[in-house]
Design a protein around this ligand. Structure first.
Ligand SMILES: [Zn+2]
Ligand SMILES: [Zn+2]
Length: 369
């Protein structure tokens, strides 16, 4: 029997259960002993209905762990290996994967159904099947994950640090290094400095941006933003972001602006803070009913702005996970500093509450071995 925090119904607190049965891995699947899992805003988004997924479900999609058993045909990992889980599968065979767009892998369509790649589930509790968020289900101490949704990592990287790579770091650093085209000397603004926004900031620094303007309503997040490389901080409800950006950039607006919240007003603010010819990268997760209404002539034609979507930091996990771990080991990527709290499964609801008040970068569930 395994333990897992289960979302039984949208809007309810998670139920920590100790009776979860894990079926053996099917073909192309791997049984994982979860080492650690970040608590990401997207988990909360499933719990509160912003992102619709079927229930009952084991949330958690930002994790790392140890392979304990492999299903038929699995060749890239073996029992005992450490892996980072990828919430987007990367089959390396489809049209998108072959074009270097692993983040668009065709196999990802099945993650919306809550089961494995074949649509069925592997976990059971109290007589009902449990779905797994993004085929990861890292809010459980054991999980079944497709082989194509993991990347083997060296054993000297702590699993709690590796876990964060799986969502927040790939998304945030990837937004800056892969999705955007930041040039050395650029001015970048980042709206929203939570777990992902901080990674956008350190990604922008790695890309060589000279001015990095961090915008948030929470003082504590702005302090973290400065630690991660922000050169200017803007308290969003008190200060004028545009004047601080233009003050930093010789009177121009920003070359690149990242929106990392997912709200209409902040997406519009991101477009307004972008200079002519500049780039807006939308990273935040909006509700399904959020619409953008843009002046076409004065956004795209006369001002030549580019508005880019960003899914999973435009990452190819098999290349990007090792690259990010190298940067971490060279001291160029802050990962330990992202961990604000280490919690158990019973601490997830508290972690959700802490997100709303801007207290933490990341709460991380650390499982006992
Ligand atoms: Zn996430
Ligand atoms: Zn693919």
């Amino acid at each position: 029997m395994s333990n897992a925090a289960v979302l039984t119904e949208v809007g309810k607190p998670l139920e920590v259960r100790d009776d979860v049965e894990v079926a053996p891995p099917g073909p192309g699947e791997v049984r994982i002993r979860t080492g650690a899992s970040g608590v990401c805003h997207s988990d909360l988004s499933v719990a509160n209905g912003t992102v619709p997924l079927p229930t009952p479900i084991v949330l958690g999609h930002e994790g790392a762990g140890t392979v304990v058993e492999i299903g038929e045909g699995v060749t890239t990992v073996a029992p005992g290996d450490h892996v980072v889980l990828s919430f987007v599968p990367n089959c390396q065979e489809c049209y998108f994967c072959k074009r270097g767009e692993g983040y668009n892998c065709e196999k990802a369509a099945m993650t919306a159904m809550g089961g494995m790649l074949d649509g069925t589930t592997r976990l059971t509790s109290q007589g009902s099947p449990l779905f797994e968020m993004a085929m990861c289900g890292t809010f459980g101490d054991e999980t079944i994950v497709p082989e194509i949704s993991m990347v083997k990592i060296p054993k000297d990287v702590p699993l709690k640090v590796a876990a964060l790579i799986g969502c927040g770091v790939l998304t945030g650093v990837g937004a800056a290094l892969n999705t955007a085209t930041i040039k050395p000397g650029d001015t970048v603004a980042v709206i929203g400095c939570g777990g992902v926004g901080l990674n956008v900031i350190q990604g922008a620094k790695l890309a060589g941006a000279t001015n990095i303007v961090a915008i948030d309503v929470f003082e504590h997040k702005l302090e973290l933003a400065a630690q991660f490389g922000a050169t200017h901080t803007v308290k969003a409800d008190q200060e004028n972001a545009a004047s601080i950006v233009t003050g930093a950039a010789d009177g121009r607006l920003a070359d690149t602006v990242f929106e990392v919240i997912g709200l209409e007003p902040t997406m519009n603010q991101a477009i307004e803070l972008t200079r002519k010819g500049g780039e807006v990268v939308l990273v935040g997760v909006p509700r399904m009913d959020v619409m953008l209404n843009l002046p076409a002539a004065f956004t795209f034609l006369y001002l030549g702005k580019t508005v880019k979507g960003c899914w999973y930091g435009s990452s190819n996990v098999n290349d990007d996970v090792p690259k990010l771990l190298d940067l971490y080991q060279e001291g160029k990527l802050l990962l330990d500093e992202l961990i604000s709290r280490e919690i158990g499964l019973d601490g997830i609801d508290g972690a959700f509450e802490a997100m709303g008040t801007g207290q933490v970068a990341r709460s991380v569930i650390v499982y006992d071995d």
